[in-house]
Design a protein around this ligand. Structure first.
Ligand SMILES: [Zn+2]
Length: 454
């Protein structure tokens, strides 16, 4: 056995366990910070008090604290404690052995087939392990939320259909991965990267054509005043007005939303009709009572579109694509080095020379790459949060600070959510800054301008 840790299975096992423990203790630390932050605020923040009654805030706060504690206990017991035992006592080689014994015919001994058995058994094990937690969550935590649940029979049918679809999807993925590695051998990482690149390109090309049938259908903007305001705004930054799409969403419960998407001739700003006051209807008789009065006034919609134009002006779509590709290339380079490295398999208990493909993916992406994945996730979240602030600043520069603040508050009132989050927890978990953070930032920008002006 070499003294060098890279070839020492025992040292690699301890490193993998240390990574598992440190990564999850960090997640637990963030959860505890979140609990403290939520605990400290027992009154609705004044800025949102007109929209969020104190008793609803109290209920949301209790739910949030309960849910955070549940996540802490679940992480420590199910992820850390059982994770250490599984790694230390060779659970994965044992399960692979069981999967091999499931092969009842000669053709089932092919690695692709054994891999499907392995993944099915592993999923069963994970589900059984998560059962007590899931039951507790359903019975005690979800009950705090007072949401309407569909009838039991429909829920059971839905669960069965979801499970069947998941098994089919998982089996196809496992088979395609196994054959890809068998065919491409040392070029697997290149193959995986090319596959992800093609998928990204396909999504960029297809999403504009998928919105219409699946989310809703494009409708003309009935409101002439709003239309001329938007034309004026898009003219200033030279964005084609024909690429501002109003979508009449199929599901009226779709959260009010607007987003910028795409590049070149496929670029567009999509506005769900739920964002518009009374869904953009002049005739209110077509709306359900709870839809009346929801949505933004014209000036607020223009402010939201100014924010979306900020994403376009600052090239956030290109930056996000570049960032993701950079992440994929780096990840595939690391994968290439680790995937074929025998001592990693020996570290979790496999005999020398036995390197099942599907277990390789599990160990590399599930354990060994954790430090890289955690850090890259943090960097990407920081970037997307920075993009949001930058787009807000753009709307502010265009003179929409007040309207954007009102729009954020109105959207908040329409889609009430718990408003408090610890800044550190938020920066490691959320793609967007919280609504209160965005309001504060806009306020500061305005104050700076006011103090410079006086
Ligand atoms: Zn945005």
């Amino acid at each position: 056995m070499s003294a060098h840790f890279w070839n020492d299975a025992e040292i690699i096992l301890y490193i993998i366990i240390a990574v598992l423990v440190v990564d999850n203790l960090w997640a637990v630390y963030l959860q505890i910070r979140e609990i403290i932050a939520v605990h400290e605020v027992d009154q609705v923040p004044p800025v949102i008090s007109p929209y969020l009654p104190q008793d609803l805030f109290n209920k949301m706060r209790t739910y949030k604290i309960h849910k955070c504690w549940f996540t802490v206990i679940n992480t420590l017991l199910i992820v850390v404690f059982s994770g250490i035992l599984e790694l230390f006592f060779g659970f994965y080689p044992w399960l692979w052995d069981v999967a091999t014994k499931c092969s009842l015919a000669k053709w089932m001994e092919h690695e692709a087939c054994v891999s499907i058995f392995f993944v099915l058994l592993l999923s069963l094990y994970i589900t059984l392990k998560a059962c007590p937690g899931m039951l507790y969550e359903k019975l005690f935590i979800k009950a705090l939320q007072e949401r309407k649940h569909p009838p039991w029979l429909r829920r059971i049918c839905r669960e069965i259909i979801d499970t069947i679809l998941a098994v089919i999807f998982m089996s196809l993925t496992v088979v395609s991965l196994v054959f890809m590695v068998l065919w491409l051998k040392e070029y697997t990482a290149v193959g995986l990267y090319v596959q992800s690149l093609l998928l990204t390109l396909l999504l960029i090309l297809l999403v504009p054509f998928l919105i219409d049938p699946f989310v809703g259908k494009r409708v003309p903007l009935e409101n002439a005043n709003l239309r001329s305001d938007l034309e004026h705004l898009t003219d200033i930054v030279d964005f084609p007005m024909r690429q501002v799409h109003i979508i009449r969403v199929n599901d009226p419960n779709t959260p009010s939303n607007a987003f910028f998407y795409g590049s070149c001739c496929l670029k567009r700003i999509v506005i769900f009709d739920t964002l518009l006051l009374n869904r953009g209807h002049k005739d209110l008789s077509t709306l359900s009572p709870e839809e009346v009065g929801k949505g933004l006034r014209d000036s607020q919609v223009v402010a939201v579109v100014a924010h979306e134009l900020g994403h376009w002006v600052h090239g956030h779509f290109y930056k996000a694509i570049f960032m993701f590709q950079f992440h994929m290339i780096l990840m595939m380079c690391l994968f290439h080095v680790l995937f074929t490295h025998g001592p990693i398999y020996e570290a979790v208990g496999f005999e020398a020379g036995l390197q099942p493909i599907v277990v390789g993916f599990l160990i590399v992406f599930g354990f060994v790459l954790t430090p890289y994945l955690t850090m890259s996730n943090f960097c990407m979240l920081s970037a997307t949060r920075h993009f949001e602030y930058q787009a807000d600043s753009f709307a502010w520069e265009m003179g929409f600070s007040k309207d954007l603040r009102q729009a954020l508050l109105k959207l908040y009132a329409d889609n009430l959510a718990f408003p408090i989050s610890d800044p550190c927890y938020s920066s490691w978990n959320h793609t967007h800054p919280t609504m209160l953070d965005r309001l504060n930032r806009l306020e500061k920008l305005q104050q700076r301008l006011d103090s410079n002006g006086t």
